[in-house]
Design a protein around this ligand. Structure first.
Ligand code: SAM
Length: 286
């Protein structure tokens, strides 16, 4: 379709016209480089008629890139003035975009399936976003939990957050978010992004993370909350052995039947091992 992407001068002009000055509190750093937008959309593998969710469309940089692929898009933006301005930008820069976008002025942490068009409960969709940096991980975990059709994502986050999301057991930065993301599927690094593609430029580097859901998890999702509670307990005291960190939750017999050594530390366990431990604890209590 005929869509024009936003450059630095477009971004500044739209912001000035709408009286918008970016706030740090909402992580507002807008992409001013069409090359970066194309790269994100290409990494996301968006094809015509794909169903896409964007969190935090901002002034519309990435939004237009997604619309350029002729995808069906819902964009969830917490900032009222940005959400109100977006239709005008889409109409001005994209010939067909207006008929393919649905804009919701809401906190992404609060959206439920009923807030999105029915399609998002019926077929798989992809999340594509340049996430607000302070809430990136909670947004990802909340959406994965609430939307079983959230099948893939390609997001831009702070470099340190990206490293943690894709970290493997045993590494220093493997933590509760790494283990919880792994419950749902496989996250992988998808590239580095410098600071100069944003306005205003953030004082941290960014990175892309891709993710594919593993649908096997649906069978065992009844136990997700109790597995996550174990993960949280293990990482709250990450220097301690499992035996010490999970005292009162996991008894000797559960270590025996799961075959997991109680002198290990939580930071060495895969999510599958956390699940084995949780299952053993349930057997122990039965
Ligand atoms: N997508 C735009 C871009 O790439 O230029 C903007 C990205 S900016 C890093 C993050 C955006 O998320 C901002 O527009 C901000 O207002 C919005 N935002 C922050 N917290 C949010 C939340 N909890 N729910 C939805 N949007 C949020």
């Amino acid at each position: 379709s005929s869509t024009t992407l936003l450059g630095a001068s477009d971004i500044r002009r739209i912001a000035a016209e709408a009286g918008i000055s970016p706030t740090k509190k909402l992580g507002q750093n807008f992409v001013i480089d069409p090359g970066t937008v194309r790269r994100i959309v290409r990494e996301a593998g968006i094809e015509a008629d794909d169903l896409v969710l964007e969190v935090g469309p901002g002034l519309g940089s990435l939004t237009l890139g997604i619309l350029e692929c002729d995808a069906e898009l819902t964009a969830v933006e917490i900032d009222r003035s940005l959400a109100r301005r977006l239709p005008q930008t889409v109409a001005a820069y994209s010939e067909t975009g207006a008929s393919r976008i649905h804009i919701i002025n809401q906190d992404a942490l609060a959206i439920k399936p009923a807030d999105l068009p029915d399609e998002y409960s019926e077929r798989d969709f992809t999340l594509v976003a340049n996430l607000p940096y302070n809430v990136a991980t909670p947004i990802l975990l909340t959406l994965l939990q609430r939307f079983s059709h959230l099948d893939r994502f390609l997001v831009m986050v702070q470099k340190e957050v990206a490293d943690r999301l894709v970290a493997a057991p045993g590494s220093k930065i493997y933590g509760a978010p790494s283990a919880k993301i792994a419950w749902y599927g496989k996250a992988a690094p998808a590239g580095h992004i410098g600071r100069n593609v944003f306005w205003p430029a953030p004082n941290v580097d960014s990175a892309l993370v891709s993710f594919e859901r593993r649908h096997r998890e649906d069978r065992i999702s009844d136990h997700r909350d109790s597995v996550f509670a174990l993960v949280d307990a293990a990482f709250q005291q990450r220097r301690k052995t499992l035996h010490a960190a999970l005292r009162g939750r996991i008894g000797d017999y559960a270590y025996q039947i799961s075959g997991i050594d109680p002198t290990r530390r939580g930071e060495t366990l895969t999510i599958e091992e956390f699940l084995m431990l949780e299952q053993a604890a349930r057997q122990e209590q039965a």
